[in-house]
Design a binder for this molecule. Structure first.
Ligand code: ADP
Ligand code: MG
Length: 622
């Protein structure tokens, strides 16, 4: 187009497109769900704006919040149209080519190692998946604030934008036209498209229509030359008078008209827009929850979520919610932990999508959860900022945390691997428990750090979170164990929970601090994650038991009758040592109760940093 203004794709975007175009990835289906997901996002945006400004929706068809899919088999074009917010010319330039999203390079990197395009939507670059199936794409868009424009590109490093003087006016919204590549013929098929919508876009909250062909029976005048109808005898097509004379039975055999097939088109609704979270949890199947999770999380890895919780909260603040524990942590969960506040919950008010960037819904440490909240209590016609301040949000948050922690606790409870030794025999060996086997370890490996961060940050739920902690100990035999299990194995008379911190279990096992404890058959927890040092500054006790770092002052293990005697007889020696060692280096010299073979150890004072903490702090400042 001569009038077009040309732009170059930003370098990372261009690389991404190259990878997509040349990808051998076999599951090219994903392009459709990405386009439908974008259409749905655009519809959510205009619906949200219409809450405070009704006019914005426009009139007639323009006001219809729906998605339409149309296939032109001859021209090999598929178009997906929405009446969402649309894009101004500037939006088209920025969103579709020049401003790379933060996920772009992360995704490019991932592509080069795994080649798995399935997660493209999670990285915020789903649009470009159109080039899996198309070699030329047009995006026609009309935003309320601008004219209608066409964006086009055949993915050769550049795109063009022109004012649209060719297509019919959209009213408002976006139409994406894919000109299929020769290898993508399989999508020139309505049933294939229906199948894909069913599979991937079932939970889109706007109606999705397909311009579907239908074979209908029509009556056409019986024609002499037409011999396609075998029942028809040529001589039967006679004059009207003759026909009137014939008997009834005969009449049926010699109709004036005959049946024929004709193809007509009409909009066929492909999805059921009843929101899953409004249904009774008892009537929703596991498979439906799994599929709903996939569409909500844009996680199409086909893996089942580790757990979910679907509930209704009643009382002052009413809401429905569905929470999911994903099967895997996202690529940047802890990378961005301290700089972003992004929660993964979608907030709806009375079925209307409001935002997925409300960090007031869940604390940071639970930001790995996916899900949604739909509240009838929150006001609809206020700005996002005002909603953010609404007092009900605090109540919602509190309840969500409780439910989330319950849900996580249940993963452990239902996992046969988690059972205490004495309960082990009772665990039934059904298929169900088979499926739950090892799930908590899986959870712990993916999200354990979040639980620890929770203990540090959320004083109100510290005890609940501590219950979810897992670690190895001197007695756990390479397996993970919990505080409850530790307590159940405590020796009679043992008051404290013993732990030691360090870089690895192997290193800690050799520690002289453990000598006497091990000899006396006490169990000691190994904390080997750097975050554990911080964790233990917040976790002082559990179920009335204090935590004792065995490398610190104050270790008390069952009284030994000889202790006092030893203390007395070595009094002079310890005094001499203390005087000899400079007082800025040591606080005290004592007879140790923690050694068996090693002659002496350096112990940290009760309130000071452990040696491990010193090491961590040093590595951070260096
Ligand atoms: P994401 O949807 O994760 O933001 P995409 O690559 O799928 O990433 O889309 C990029 C951007 O292009 C979107 O954020 C949106 O601003 C814009 N966009 C894409 N499709 C549409 C559409 N149908 N209507 C309006 N804007 C759209
Ligand atoms: Mg998208």
């Amino acid at each position: 187009r001569a009038t077009a203004e040309k732009f170059e794709f930003q370098a990372e975007v261009s690389r991404l497109m190259d990878i997509i175009i040349n990808s051998l990835y076999s599951n090219k289906d994903i392009f459709l769900r990405e386009l439908i997901s974008n259409a749905s996002d655009a519809l959510d945006k205009i619906r949200f704006l219409s809450l405070t400004d009704k006019e914005i929706l426009g009139e007639g068809d323009t006001a219809k919040l729906e998605i339409q899919i149309k296939l032109d088999k001859e021209k090999k074009i598929l178009s997906i149209r929405d009446r969402g917010i649309g894009m101004t010319k500037e939006d088209l330039v920025k969103n579709l080519g020049t401003i790379a999203k933060s996920g772009t390079s992360a995704f490019v990197e991932k592509m080069q190692t795994s080649g798995d395009l399935n997660l493209i939507g999670q990285f915020g670059v789903g649009f470009y998946s159109v080039y899996l199936v198309a070699d030329y794409v047009e995006v026609i868009s009309k935003h309320n604030d601008d004219k209608q424009y066409v964006w086009e590109s055949n993915a050769d490093g550049a795109f063009a934008i022109s004012e649209d003087v060719w297509n019919e006016p959209l009213g408002r919204g976006t139409e994406i036209r894919l000109h299929f590549r020769d290898e993508a013929q399989e999508y020139l098929n309505e049933s294939k498209l229906k199948e894909l919508v069913k599979k991937y876009s079932e939970f889109i909250n706007f109606p999705i229509y397909l311009w579907a062909s239908k074979e209908v029976d029509v009556e056409v005048p019986a024609d002499e030359e037409d011999s396609s109808d075998e029942d028809e005898k040529p001589e039967s097509s006679s004059s009207e008078e003759e026909e009137e004379d014939t008997e009834k039975e005969e009449n049926e055999k010699k109709p004036k008209t005959k049946k024929a097939k004709e193809t007509t088109y009409e909009w066929e609704l492909l999805n059921d827009v009843k929101a899953i979270w409004l249904r009774n949890p008892k009537e929703v199947t596991d498979e439906e929850y799994t599929k709903f999770y996939h569409s909500l999380a844009k996680d199409f890895s086909e893996e089942k979520p580790l757990a979910w919780s679907h509930f209704t909260a009643e009382g002052d603040v009413e809401f429905k919610a569905v929470l999911f524990v994903p099967p895997k942590a996202p690529h940047d969960l802890y990378e961005s932990y301290y700089n972003t506040n992004k929660s993964n919950l979608k907030l709806y008010v009375r079925r209307v999508f409001i935002s997925d960037e409300f960090d007031e819904l869940l604390p940071k440490y639970l930001s790995f959860l996916k899900g949604l909240v739909d509240s009838d209590t929150l006001p609809l016609n206020v700005s996002r900022e005002m909603l953010q301040q609404h007092s009900s949000l605090r109540t919602i948050k509190k309840k969500l945390i409780r439910k989330a922690l319950d849900m996580i606790r249940k993963i452990a409870e239902e996992d046969p691997d988690e059972a205490n030794d004495k309960e082990k025999k009772d665990v039934d060996e059904s298929n169900e428990s088979d499926e739950k086997k090892g799930q908590y370890t899986k959870f712990w490996n993916e999200f354990g750090k979040s639980i620890k961060l929770g203990i540090i940050e959320d004083a109100a739920n510290r005890n609940r979170l501590a219950k979810l902690l897992r670690f190895e100990t001197t007695k756990s035999d390479g397996k993970l164990t919990s505080l409850d299990q530790y307590i159940s194995r405590m020796k009679p008379g043992q008051k404290d929970i013993f732990y030691i911190t360090g870089t690895s279990k192997e290193q800690l096992e050799k520690s002289p601090f453990l000598e006497r404890l091990t000899k006396k058959n006490y169990e000691v927890i190994f904390f080997t994650d750097p975050v554990d040092e911080y964790l233990m500054q917040y976790l002082m006790d559990y179920e009335d038991k204090k935590f004792q770092n065995v490398s610190k002052e104050g270790l008390k293990i069952g009284k030994d009758s000889k202790d006092k005697e030893l203390k007395e007889s070595f009094k002079d020696l310890t005094k001499w040592w203390k005087g000899t060692l400079a007082s800025e280096n040591v606080d005290d010299v004592k007879i140790s109760n923690r050694l068996a073979n090693t002659p002496c150890v350096v112990v940290t004072s009760k309130y000071g940093w452990s040696a491990n903490m010193e090491r961590i702090m040093q590595s951070q400042t260096l």
